[in-house]
Design a protein around this ligand. Structure first.
Ligand code: AHM
Ligand code: MG
Length: 328
């Protein structure tokens, strides 16, 4: 499709290709992009908070200023809970499942999100993002159950992220390739900028927090040593969406392994790892814990954590070989 096509037009054309499609995902994505635009506007104003009022305190009008991650969480819920397509929402920002209110229509999907990933970077004007994913419910009836959320990533029907960087972008997949749209702030529309993204088979960068080298488990240090000998360069933003997005477009590998501080890994399976694994596989890349394909892991609880190794297929394969102790 022509670059510059609006997201709405693109979704209409995509829907035509799949005659069985109900249009529900299109409608949900419309809600997601609305939330994304509102969050993007607030993120862009973040530097003014010191002038206009501190988060968690009063602004110059004497109103409470909400923390940006709480704000992002609330905006997604507000925008999506009345669409009629969802039965429940789970979020990195909430301890428990959010059930769609009694007076709102219920649907056959559940929505999961990390509403503002990398939020410690807000104060220093570094790219952050929102990650989302959608599963079809397994249960019937009015209320979503825990099992509706505890599904392996291979059952995802849609996933994506918004990145609030030098531009705001939306990248998503429904299992038919990965597409990227850039927000034109002048007209408030997401325009097609990256159609059918394919990630390079091998990249020139590796992304890992090397400060934890002394506490990494398994053979992570052996892989990092190999990556250096392959003349790769290190790039680590500390904002997962930003590191992932760069590697998706340019090739590379991101690792957040288990370590002595986080024996199960730090990143969350349902809100961070599984949606990005779905995207990377759709773009021809690979994602695993080092030993198991990420999309095959069945979550034990909504806040389940996993080690994450994700990116260009050849790089991830080599890391897996190192972890299993057979790099050659
Ligand atoms: P958050 O969800 O609390 O923002 O934490 C997740 C972030 C990721 O964006 C990033 O990749 C990682 O934590 C960085 O962690 P570290 O500072 O330990 O390297
Ligand atoms: Mg996060």
């Amino acid at each position: 499709m022509a670059l510059g096509t609006t997201l709405t037009q693109f979704l209409i054309e995509e829907q035509r290709k799949y005659p069985g499609a109900s249009g529900e995902f299109t409608s949900l994505l419309a809600g997601i992009t609305t939330a994304g635009k509102v969050i993007s506007r607030e993120v862009n104003k973040a530097g003014l908070i010191d002038i206009l009022g501190y988060k968690g305190k009063k602004n110059i009008h004497g109103e409470d200023v909400q923390k940006l991650d709480d704000f992002a969480n609330a905006i997604f819920i507000q925008t999506l809970c009345h669409t009629g397509h969802l039965a429940g929402i789970a979020s990195e920002e909430m301890d428990d499942i959010y059930h769609i209110p009694k007076d709102a229509p219920k649907g056959k999907y559940v929505f999961l999100m990390d509403p503002l990933d990398g939020s410690s970077n807000i104060d220093v004007n570094i790219s952050i993002g929102s990650i989302f994913s959608i599963y079809r419910r397994e249960s019937e009836g009015n209320k979503a159950t825990m099992n509706d959320f505890l599904q392996p990533g291979r059952k995802l029907v849609g996933a994506g992220y918004l990145i609030y960087g030098s531009s705001t972008m939306l990248v998503y997949t429904t299992g038919h390739g990965v597409h990227g749209f850039t927000l034109d702030p002048g007209i408030g529309e997401f325009l097609l900028s990256h159609e059918a993204i394919q990630t390079p088979k091998q990249g020139k960068t590796y992304s890992i927090n090397e400060a934890y080298q002394m506490i990494w488990q398994e053979n992570i240090a052996a892989y990092v040593d190999l990556a250096r000998r392959q003349n790769k360069t290190a790039r680590y933003v500390g904002s997962l969406v930003a590191d992932f997005h760069r590697n998706l477009l340019k090739g590379g590998i991101f690792l957040y392994p288990a370590d002595q501080k986080n024996p199960e890994g730090k990143l969350r399976l349902l809100y961070e790892a599984a949606p990005l694994a779905f995207i990377v596989e759709q773009a021809g890349g690979r994602a695993s814990t080092g030993r198991t394909r990420l999309l095959d892991i069945v979550p034990k609880k909504i806040h389940h954590r996993v080690p994450l190794i994700i990116g260009s297929t050849e790089d991830v394969l080599l890391a897996e070989k190192c972890i299993s102790g057979s790099p050659d």
